[in-house]
Design a protein around this ligand. Structure first.
Ligand SMILES: NC(=O)c1ccc[n+]([C@@H]2O[C@H](COP(=O)([O-])OP(=O)(O)OC[C@H]3O[C@@H](n4cnc5c(N)ncnc54)[C@H](OP(=O)(O)O)[C@@H]3O)[C@@H](O)[C@H]2O)c1
Length: 279
């Protein structure tokens, strides 16, 4: 039976609900998140797309549904709001959805001198990059631990290994995600729940213009090798399915991460301030 017939028959829907696993992806409307959605959809997963832009979510849902016979839902949520994780979790319970894979992709950067940017921007960054991740891992992690199965994929960054002058809050938030994910992986392993943390380099997405229009003039974007979000999404899927703990890609990124182990924090801060300064 062709997959589109299966999708629209009663039995097809039943099969999708009972047998296919469900992945929840935050940041589904972003450069990396939307590519990850496409990979999971191709790999026989039902999807729950989480984002705050209804039009973008609806169009991604239509695009994915036109290509494959999956159950694809979306959920509107602003992750900067208090208790966003709780609201999302409760909505999945209401919809009777069991989340097998949680992908925390949503995130934002704030570029510029720490003191010159509004405190409110830094706080929003912390709410989305940290608080929402923490809450979602807590709610869905508890269910996964009870079921003794599940997978959590958190997106950190190569910046997790460096202090980051001119993006100090962002770099610190990613260091938190790296450390938190590695620790959580250790705690959840005995319960059959795997945690992976991804440390990409520079991917040309909306992330940079959103962080600040000035960022495109920095040496960072001019010097670092650019990665393709499509390729990155495939790598994330492949390595996460093999339960790889820290997912890195690209020779330069691996080399920088390796070198970062030997450099004192002060030296790393100096290098990043040079690379990230405005041209
Ligand atoms: N691009 C890079 O070079 C790079 C490198 C390393 C790590 N990362 C990490 O990769 C992840 C994805 O980044 P990206 O490059 O794909 O950036 P992006 O295209 O800007 O996507 C970011 C996603 O996060 C969502 N988001 C931001 N604030 C939100 C909020 N308050 N509530 C709900 N959703 C919110 C955005 O939603 P909207 O569409 O509504 O804005 C978007 O879907 C981030 O965690 C980022 O830190 C990126």
């Amino acid at each position: 039976m062709p997959s589109y017939c299966l999708a629209f028959s009663f039995w097809g829907k039943l099969v999708m609900v009972i047998f296919l696993k469900t992945v929840l992806i935050t940041g589904a409307t972003g450069g990396i998140g939307s590519e990850l959605c496409k990979v999971f959809a191709q790999k026989q997963y039902n999807l729950l797309l989480v984002g705050r832009n209804e039009a973008k979510l609806a169009s991604l849902k239509d695009e994915l549904q036109s290509k494959c016979a999956r159950q694809i839902d979306f959920l509107l949520a602003d992750l900067s709001l208090p208790d966003a994780g709780k609201v999302i979790y409760e909505e999945t319970i209401k919809r009777n959805l069991k989340v097998d894979v949680l992908c925390n992709v949503a995130g934002l950067g704030v570029y510029g001198d720490f003191l010159n940017r509004n405190l409110i921007d830094h706080k929003e960054l912390l709410a989305v990059n940290l608080q929402a991740v923490l809450e979602l891992c807590h709610y869905f992690g508890n269910d996964m631990r009870k079921r003794k199965s599940g997978k959590i994929i958190n997106i950190a960054s190569i910046s997790a290994f460096f202090p980051g002058p001119y993006m100090a809050t962002y770099y610190a938030s990613k260091a938190y995600i790296l450390s938190f994910s590695v620790a959580l992986a250790k705690e959840l392993k005995p319960y059959g729940v795997d945690v992976s943390v991804v440390c990409p380099g520079v991917i040309p997405t909306e992330f940079y213009p959103k962080a600040s229009a000035d960022l495109k003039h920095s040496y960072l974007l001019k010097r670092m090798p650019l990665e393709n979000p499509k390729t990155l999404a495939k790598i994330i899927y492949k390595k996460a399915m093999k339960n790889k703990l820290i997912i890195k890609n690209g020779i330069i990124n691996r080399l920088l991460i390796f070198l970062s182990i030997f450099l004192p924090l002060r030296v790393k801060a100096f290098i990043v301030s040079w690379v990230q300064r405005k041209k």
